[in-house]
Design a protein around this ligand. Structure first.
Ligand SMILES: NC(=O)c1ccc[n+]([C@@H]2O[C@H](COP(=O)([O-])OP(=O)(O)OC[C@H]3O[C@@H](n4cnc5c(N)ncnc54)[C@H](O)[C@@H]3O)[C@@H](O)[C@H]2O)c1
Length: 344
């Protein structure tokens, strides 16, 4: 990545447009990322705001804490919030900034692979509410997203791999052969991080650019998320299944939704099996019981993307050819979990 990566950010900060600068961190990004950020951005005058890490803190209480801290530092409408962290932190920080005093500017500096390729881009901000993912939020674009893969050096291997789920998703959506899934598998996930971040975040940005408010084409980015979000929420309430990270749940969502694509749209079986096998190199397998599957189905009914009480899926005709607003019967839904569990 270029050495003048921070020059646009430094220029914006020194432009005189902002009355005060705030940097939002959690305990991990405070420890591992803040010094790097301060050294590279050359920001000297700022106030620090802390929230606790983790999906269980992606809630309105964290926003209240941010608003309280902004108040105590006398932030005003010309203040700027810099979100330094993973997808949880940029989602919360973006929402807190977008609603504070009817909206102050914010910049995202993602520090996880998942944040760099996906969460920090596109202006979806928000928090979870009553076990449902991202129920409360607004669309609001950050002023800038600064991508610096130096932050990845301190990220655990498990968290790094977690971000690969969204990379694979983007590779399944693109019709560019140099970037699609068959090209992605030729890259080294660990050595080629710079290419992966730049190329696969670009796929998302191009889709978002053509449909900022998700009235049509942007819905394709929900591939794997209709089932994946329900699986993720379910893992937080189930005593049988351990808490899943976002990427782990999205992998389950992608495999089941690609099986449904195969059944409904003839998505090629060879690709389906190849994708499942590739993902199994990086992600473990969960065994779902019949009762788990029923409860996941019930949770999915409440997914915010559904309209008229129907469950809308993104499916694939083939790699690079997604189709939105597909309805699926409960029978095929359940069958897709048998496929995931290697029972078909
Ligand atoms: N807004 C969107 O468009 C969008 C898209 C995809 C996902 N998301 C959201 O993103 C969230 C998941 O994000 P995530 O996977 O980045 O998880 P995360 O933000 O919870 O980060 C994972 C962990 O890594 C720590 N961490 C972050 N950077 C670090 C670093 N450089 N070194 C060491 N530790 C570090 C964090 O403190 C946290 O404990 C989910 O809530 C999901 O809903 C949002």
């Amino acid at each position: 990545m270029k050495s003048d990566l921070y020059s646009t950010l430094t220029e914006k900060i020194n432009s005189g447009n902002f009355s005060s600068i705030f940097i939002l961190v959690d305990e991990n990004t405070e420890k591992y990322c803040l010094d790097i950020f301060l050294q590279k951005s050359k920001i000297e005058s700022f106030n620090q705001i802390n929230i606790p890490s983790g999906e269980s803190n992606k809630n309105i209480e964290s926003c209240i804490s941010i608003w309280d801290q902004l108040n105590s530092f006398k932030a005003d409408r010309k203040s700027l919030l810099i979100n330094l962290g993973g997808g949880v932190l940029t989602d919360i920080g973006g929402f807190a900034a977008s609603t504070y005093l009817r909206g102050i500017s914010f910049i995202n500096v993602p520090t996880t692979l998942l944040g760099m390729v996906d969460a920090a881009h596109g202006g979806k901000t928000g928090v979870d509410f009553k076990l449902l993912k991202n129920q409360i939020g607004v669309f609001n674009e950050p002023l800038e997203v600064l991508l610096d893969n130096e932050y990845l050096k301190t990220l655990s291997k498990e968290e790094y791999v977690n971000g690969y789920a969204e990379v694979v998703k983007h590779s399944l959506l693109t019709d560019k052969s140099a970037l699609n899934f068959n090209s992605l598998v030729k890259l080294d996930l660990f050595k080629d991080s710079e290419d992966i971040i730049n190329n696969y975040s670009q796929i998302k940005n191009e889709i978002v650019e053509s449909d900022k408010y998700e009235s049509n084409i942007r819905k394709v980015l929900n591939l794997g998320h209709t089932i994946g979000h329900a699986v993720e929420s379910y893992s937080h309430i189930s005593e049988r299944i351990t808490d899943l990270k976002h990427g782990e749940a999205i992998v389950i969502g992608m495999i089941t939704e690609l099986y449904i694509s195969h059944k409904k749209l003839n998505f090629p079986i060879k690709d389906l099996l190849g994708i499942k096998e590739h993902l199994s190199k990086y992600f473990g397998q969960i065994s779902f019981s019949e009762s788990d599957i029923d409860q996941i189905y019930d949770l999915m009914i409440y997914d915010k993307k559904n309209s008229s009480n129907k469950i809308n899926f993104v499916l694939l005709n083939e790699i690079g050819d997604p189709i939105v607003d597909q309805t699926v019967s409960s029978d095929i839904f359940k069958e897709s979990f048998l496929f995931y569990n290697d029972l078909l």
